[in-house]
Write a protein that binds this ligand. Structure first.
Ligand SMILES: Cc1cc2nc3c(=O)[nH]c(=O)nc-3n(C[C@H](O)[C@H](O)[C@H](O)COP(=O)(O)O)c2cc1C
Length: 427
């Protein structure tokens, strides 16, 4: 199997990409506990994944204390600790600069994913030394005072603690929130990021405005689809205003109803809406008014947590987001459940321009080279996705280390075995 389409160069706004294999944004909870900034290990992690003319997207990076969740829903974080980074202090900017410099040193580009988690962030951050005694607004906030119901809505995430009822953001708060995004974008630029990405997916704050299952506002940020998308477009406009054309990306995770089963798909943290098709058509089409770098769409087919990669049938589900190709005129990045062959197909058939790989890039620092030459892939270890240890973070070997006979604790999988037909892959 050769992957020609993935290795055609691509022009992304002002930038030249020499291939289409993107590092998907992935939270790794390895930020420094005191500064909530990237550590030296984080610099190495991104540098390992940088390649000439490649694009990396950073893990979710929080725009303010109010935006910042603590991921104690993950067992490793409960056992060992683990923090997520911000980009609101000078120290954080300086530490991100070390990441950007290392990535640029290898000829790659890096986009900073900006996140406000809304009601998914709980008040714990208020006790952090960076925040305690300051006047920083604290989480949780949301579109409305609609609490996450841990039993029903976050069961998949093992969220068993009572969630605090969020404060509904006032109009004054929204003005300040947009300033927080502007501040974060300026900081990202100071740190040397090539673009920023607005994380408007996966049940976080922007989706909490999109979805009428959560947003019960009666002002011009609630009610109609236009109103529920207003904050989203306000923030996109502010980011483009700060950074200029070709420097802002957006991530969305369009929800929908499967016509064959009638089931709603792509729900994260209880963010459901009565009108997913019309909502996402409006949100995607409206982005054509902005000179964006890219729009990344999450495909809902992400493998079940307990399934081994060889048995993961979710990767064979068809693409759900095809209709957006006709609606959005710019660069489309696909993410979610891609394996080498399906990524090649999606680009060759014109559904996406670039493909973001999450778990396979996490486990294969030299993923673009392995895809190019067909080398086997390291199999990811889910137990170390989160937590604060270096195991599972910076110890995945590249091809040269493997050829040199270095010891690896990771199993290898042949790329051909990832694309076997349904029954054969069960063996
Ligand atoms: C450990 C881990 C952390 C993630 N963190 C983020 C994140 O910070 N921001 C985000 O938009 N998506 C995040 N995702 C989702 C990925 O970007 C990607 O959509 C997902 O892994 C599916 O792609 P894959 O099948 O190639 O892994 C995360 C996924 C994983 C596995």
């Amino acid at each position: 199997m050769s992957l020609h389409a993935l290795f055609n160069p691509y022009t992304l706004g002002p930038y030249h990409l020499s291939h289409r294999v993107v590092l998907a944004p992935m939270t790794r909870t390895r930020a420094d506990a005191t500064t909530l900034a990237p550590s030296e290990q984080t610099v190495l992690y991104y540098a390992q994944r940088a390649s000439l003319g490649g694009l990396l997207i950073s893990e979710a990076t929080h725009i303010s204390p109010e935006a910042t969740p603590s991921w104690t829903i993950y067992q490793n974080v409960r056992d060992d600790g683990g923090h997520v980074p911000g980009i609101w202090t000078d120290t954080q900017v300086n530490c991100w600069r070390a990441v950007c410099d290392a990535v640029h040193g290898k000829g790659a580009l890096i986009s900073c994913q900006l996140l406000h988690a809304g009601r998914v962030a709980q008040p714990g951050i208020g006790l952090h030394p960076l925040v305690i005694g300051t006047n920083a607004p604290l989480p949780p906030v949301s579109s409305s005072a609609t609490a996450l119901r841990p039993d029903v809505e976050a069961g998949d995430y093992n969220w068993d603690q009572p969630a605090v009822v969020p404060r509904a953001l006032s109009i004054k708060d929204i003005t300040r929130l947009i300033d927080d995004y502007r501040h974060a974008a300026r900081n990202a630029q100071r740190a040397g990021f090539d673009c920023v990405e607005l994380h408007a997916a996966h049940g976080y704050l922007i989706e909490q405005f999109f979805c009428d299952g959560i947003n019960q506002r009666t002002d011009h940020y609630g009610g109609s689809i236009e109103n529920r998308c207003r904050l989203f477009f306000d923030i996109v406009a502010a980011l483009v205003d700060e950074l200029g054309a070709g420097r802002v990306g957006v991530r969305l995770s369009p929800a929908g109803v499967d016509p064959s089963t009638g089931h709603y798909y792509q729900t994260y943290f209880g963010a459901t809406t009565s009108d997913p098709d019309a909502l996402y058509d409006y949100a995607v089409a409206g982005l054509n008014d902005f000179p964006l770098a890219y729009l990344m769409l999450t495909e809902p087919r992400v493998g079940a947590l307990s399934v081994a990669p060889e048995a993961d049938q979710s990767t064979k589900q068809p693409l759900r987001n095809r209709r957006f190709r006709a609606l959005f005129k710019g660069c489309l990045i696909g993410a979610g459940g891609f394996i080498p062959m399906t990524a090649e197909q999606a680009v060759a058939e014109g559904h996406y321009d670039l493909i973001a790989f999450g778990r396979w890039f996490l486990a294969n620092p030299d993923l673009p080279d392995r895809l190019r030459d067909g080398s086997p892939l390291n199999v990811y270890d889910r137990t170390t996705f989160y937590g604060c240890r270096s195991a599972g973070y910076i110890d995945y070997p590249d091809r040269h280390q493997l050829r040199g006979g270095g010891l690896s604790r990771y199993r290898l999988i042949d790329q051909a075995h990832m694309s076997l037909p349904r029954d054969a892959s069960r063996r």
